[in-house]
Design a protein around this ligand. Structure first.
Ligand code: C5P
Length: 398
C-alpha cells in the first residue's frame, strides 16, 4: 500500500522528533519515497543530515534557501505528496495549521496539499489537555485531517500522562489501515437499521428489548468512513449518530417499516441490524393504565417482518444482509431465515454468550452466505466487525 508512494513526513520541534527517524526508515522499508520537511524547532533535536541519510532524499528546512536539488519550489512537495504524515505535531504547529497560517515550509505545504494528512500530536499532558489545544485539534479533524491519538505514559518532561507519540511501527500500521479502507465504498448507498423498537402499551409505557444499537451504528460509521452514502434508521438508542450519515429516528416496528420502505429502492446495500419487535400491543391505551386490577392482559399482534418484505421486493444488484440473534440452534435458525427472507448474507450471533450480542462492545459471529457457505469469525470489537463485514460484502459484490 505504501509501495511507490511519495510520503511527505513533517517533523516539528518536540523531543519525539528522534522517533521520526525510525518512522522515516520504516516508511522507506515499506517501499515509500520519503520526503522530509523539518521546522526550525525540529532541527534542534535531530539534524537534517540524519533524515537525508535515512531517506536518501534531500531534506527541506527552509522556504528561503537556494533551490539546488529537485523541484523544491514553493509548493512542489504539496503536489508531489500522495500522503502526508506530521509526527510529532507540536501544540504550536497545530494551532498554526488550525488558523490556516503558512509561515514556514511545512505549514505552507500543508495548506497547499490535497493529499490526505495524518498528524500525531505529542506534547506535555497539560498542554494537550488544555481546551485551547483541544479546540485546535477539533478544527483540524473537522477539516479532514486524520488524527493519530497520543498515548499515555512517562513523558520527557518528567510527568505521567497523555501526550506521548505512538511508536513508529504503530503509526505506520495506523496509516496503512486507514488508507486501505479509505474510499472503497464511494458511490455506494447503504441503508442500515439499528437498535431495538419500542412497542407502545399506553402513553408512558412500552415493550422493548436489550439491543443498544452499537452494532448498527458501528456499521453506519464504518461505511461512511469508507466513502458510502449512509442512511441510518434507528429505534431508540443512547448512542450519538455517526457524523455525516442521514439519520432517521423511529420508535415502533411499524414506523421502522415505513421509513425503510420509503428509502429501500435507492439503496444498493441494506443491512438490517435492528432488533425489531416481533409483536406489538393490539389495543394501545389512550391514557396511562392505572394499577386498579391485580392482573391485566395485553393482547399482542404479530408485526410485519420488514426484512422478509424487502427480500420479496429486492431488485437485481441490491444486496440484503440480515442479522440473526439466537439463544439456541443458531445455525439452523439462521440458515432458515437466510432462505425465507431471500437474503444474500446473514450474520448469526449467539446472544446467550456474555461477550456477544446485546449491549456488549464485542461480538462473535458466523456468516452464512446465499451460496450455502459459512464462515466463522473470531471475537472482535463491534467496530472491527463492522469493517470486516463490509469488506466481506464488497468481495461478495465483485
Ligand atoms: O426473524 P428474526 O426477527 O429473528 O430475524 C432477524 C432479522 O430480521 C434481523 O435482520 C432483523 O432486523 C429483521 N427483522 C425485520 N422485521 C421484523 C423482525 C426482524 O426486519 N419484524
Amino acid at each position: 500500500m505504501l509501495k511507490g508512494k511519495n510520503v511527505l513526513l513533517g517533523v516539528t520541534g518536540g523531543i519525539a522528533a528522534y522517533k521520526s527517524v525510525e518512522l522515516a526508515s520504516r516508511l522507506r522499508k515499506a517501499g515509500a519515497s520519503v520526503h522530509v520537511i523539518m521546522t526550525r524547532g525540529a532541527q534542534n533535536f535531530v539534524t537534517p543530515l540524519t533524515f537525508r541519510e535515512i531517506t536518501g532524499n534531500p531534506v527541506t528546512t527552509t522556504m528561503w534557501g537556494e533551490v539546488t536539488n529537485h523541484n523544491v519550489e514553493h509548493i512542489a512537495l504539496a503536489n508531489l505528496a500522495d500522503l502526508v504524515i506530521v509526527a510529532p505535531a507540536t501544540a504550536n504547529f497545530i494551532v498554526k495549521c488550525a488558523m490556516g497560517m503558512a509561515d514556514d515550509m511545512l505549514t505552507t505545504t500543508l495548506l497547499a496539499t490535497k493529499a490526505p494528512i495524518f498528524f500525531a500530536p505529542a506534547m506535555n499532558s497539560n498542554m494537550y489537555d488544555n481546551q485551547l489545544t483541544q479546540r485546535n485539534l477539533d478544527v483540524l479533524i473537522e477539516n479532514g485531517w486524520n488524527f493519530i491519538p497520543p498515548e499515555s505514559g512517562h513523558l520527557a518532561c518528567g510527568v505521567e500522562g497523555v501526550g506521548r507519540m505512538p511508536e513508529p511501527a504503530d503509526i505506520v500500521d495506523f496509516v496503512r489501515f486507514t488508507m486501505a479502507f479509505a474510499a472503497d465504498m464511494l458511490g455506494i448507498k447503504v441503508l442500515v437499521t439499528a437498535a431495538g423498537t419500542h412497542e407502545p402499551i399506553d402513553p408512558v409505557r412500552y415493550i422493548g428489548n436489550r439491543s443498544s444499537g452499537k452494532m448498527g451504528y458501528a456499521i453506519a460509521e464504518a461505511a461512511k468512513k469508507r466513502g458510502a452514502e449512509v442512511i441510518l434508521v434507528s429505534g431508540p438508542s443512547a448512542l450519538t449518530p455517526p457524523e455525516g450519515v442521514e439519520f432517521i429516528s423511529v420508535e415502533s416496528a411499524e414506523e421502522m417499516r415505513e421509513a425503510v420502505l420509503e428509502r429501500f429502492s435507492e439503496a444498493d446495500l441494506i443491512i438490517k441490524a435492528a432488533a425489531v419487535a416481533d409483536y406489538h400491543v393490539r389495543d394501545v391505551a389512550d391514557q396511562k393504565i392505572k394499577k386498579n386490577e391485580d392482573e391485566i392482559t395485553l393482547v399482542l399482534k404479530k408485526n410485519p417482518d420488514i426484512l422478509k418484505e424487502l427480500g420479496e421486493k429486492k431488485r437485481g444488484g441490491q444486496i440484503l444482509v440480515g442479522f440473526a440473534a439466537e439463544t439456541q440452534n443458531l445455525l439452523e435458525n439462521a440458515k432458515a431465515k437466510l432462505e425465507k427472507k431471500n437474503l444474500d448474507m446473514i450474520v448469526a450471533n449467539d446472544v446467550s454468550r456474555k461477550d456477544a450480542g446485546f449491549n456488549t462492545d464485542t461480538n462473535v459471529v458466523k456468516l452464512l452466505y446465499k451460496n450455502g457457505t459459512m464462515e466463522e469469525l473470531p471475537i472482535m470489537t463491534k467496530h472491527k466487525l463492522a469493517d470486516e463485514l463490509l469488506t466481506k460484502i464488497l468481495h461478495m459484490k465483485n
